[in-house]
Write a protein that binds this ligand. Structure first.
Ligand code: NAP
Ligand code: 3JN
Length: 331
């Protein structure tokens, strides 16, 4: 591939920083890199391939000469600036929810639906971080046994809520240990030593937007609107990596041994399932890794063809930056 002129929009954020690292570590062919953020970040610099790169303010003209633009600066910025980037000739890989469910925008996990990339009209959407981990595990099982229904509970790390949320958990834990008052800014309640069953806004039907994103995006990526999905999304006091408890009901019988074999063959998935040796996926070890880890695979006896398992995936890597860079590599 000819080296590309690349921009990272939201370069100072939790996802943007990992995007920069992944472009470098995967040797993405970068001719030049532009780091874009808000005016607040002017003056900051970051290293890319040994050179200091200064952060610039995001404007429509930031995209002059840019061929690939990776967006992770929130849906409001994507709405305004992604079309500006496309107008100037860039292909946009967008990490926000803004374009994900638009019918003419491909929503892609390269291990699952790489063929969708070809249909892009300038913008390709990266799914929500919890959805990506989920479909990495569901896809090979769906191909083999057709999933009718999936019930998911998530355990989402604070890094899913951005750089300030990582800092907040750290500060709350330190304050607790020092016997000082705990300050709450980013979440609805104290997150240290707590769980919050509330991510993104509540909708009139009682679900949160985060839950609805998972339910809708899963069907779009898997290309099957008949799969019924329900989710409960919970914030947990973990820094990196989202965990999920998943229960599926399939049309054909699917035994745990077969599921283990199918998941072991899925690129980007690692099975960690030796309960007798206390081996199962955990966020402490999945953070910083590229794979989606699956374990605790067992038969769900409460329905006819039921299987239940546990998965963990780094939300900033496969859940965001890595998946976006993989899409750019496919381009
Ligand atoms: P973050 O740490 O809060 O970073 C937000 C980034 O957006 C910063 O670089 C910020 O720049 C920039 N930004 C905010 N307002 C801006 C403006 N008016 N103009 C230009 N840049 C602006 O958040 P994050 O976790 O990286 O997530 C960013 C987005 O990625 C989310 O909104 C979400 O849509 C998506 N996403 C996140 C995750 C995840 O696990 N965290 C996973 C999937 C998708 P300043 O530093 O200058 O404010
Ligand atoms: O909270 C998490 O763990 C993941 C959050 C993702 C997120 C945060 C703010 C806005 C998103 C997303 O990727 O769906 C959005 C958004 O773009 O709507």
């Amino acid at each position: 591939m000819k080296p590309k002129h690349v921009a990272i929009v939201g370069a100072t954020g939790a996802v943007g920083n990992v995007m920069r690292e992944i472009l470098e570590s995967r040797n993405f062919p970068v001719a030049s890199i532009k780091l874009l953020a808000s005016e607040r970040s002017v003056g900051k610099t970051y290293k890319f391939r040994g050179e200091n790169v200064a952060v610039q303010t995001l404007t429509p003209d930031s995209f002059k000469g840019i061929e690939v633009a990776l967006f992770s600066a929130g849906a409001d910025r994507s709405k305004v600036f992604a079309p500006e980037a496309v107008k100037r000739g860039a292909v946009v890989v967008d990490n926000t929810s803004y374009f994900r469910m638009q019918p003419d925008v491909p929503l892609v996990v390269p291990e699952v639906n790489p063929e969708a990339i070809k249909k892009h009209k300038g913008i390709i959407a990266n799914p929500n971080c919890s959805t990506i981990g989920l479909v990495m595990a569901l896809y090979p099982l769906h191909k083999a046994a057709k999933i009718k229904r999936a019930v998911i509970s998530t355990y989402q790390s604070v890094s899913g809520a951005g750089a300030k949320a990582i800092y907040e958990l750290e500060e709350q834990a330190k304050a607790y240990a020092a016997g000082k008052p705990i300050e709450v800014k980013k979440f609805q309640y104290q997150i240290a030593f707590n769980l919050i069953p509330h991510i993104d806004q509540f909708l009139p039907d009682g679900y949160t937007k985060e839950e609805v994103k998972m339910m809708q995006e899963t069907r779009k990526i898997m290309g099957d609107d008949s799969i019924r999905v329900t989710a409960t999304c919970v914030r947990v006091p973990v820094f990196y990596a989202h965990s999920e408890s998943v229960a599926i009901e399939t049309e054909k019988p699917l035994f745990p041994e077969k599921a283990r074999e199918l998941l072991s063959k899925m690129p980007g998935v690692k099975v960690q399932d030796e309960p007798e040796k206390n081996i199962y996926p955990m966020p402490l070890f999945a953070g910083g890794k590229d794979d989606t880890f699956v374990g605790r695979i067992r038969k769900d006896e409460s329905v006819e063809n039921g299987l239940t398992f546990w998965l963990v995936s780094d939300n900033l890597r496969k859940g965001a930056a890595l998946n976006a860079v993989q899409i750019a590599e496919h381009l």
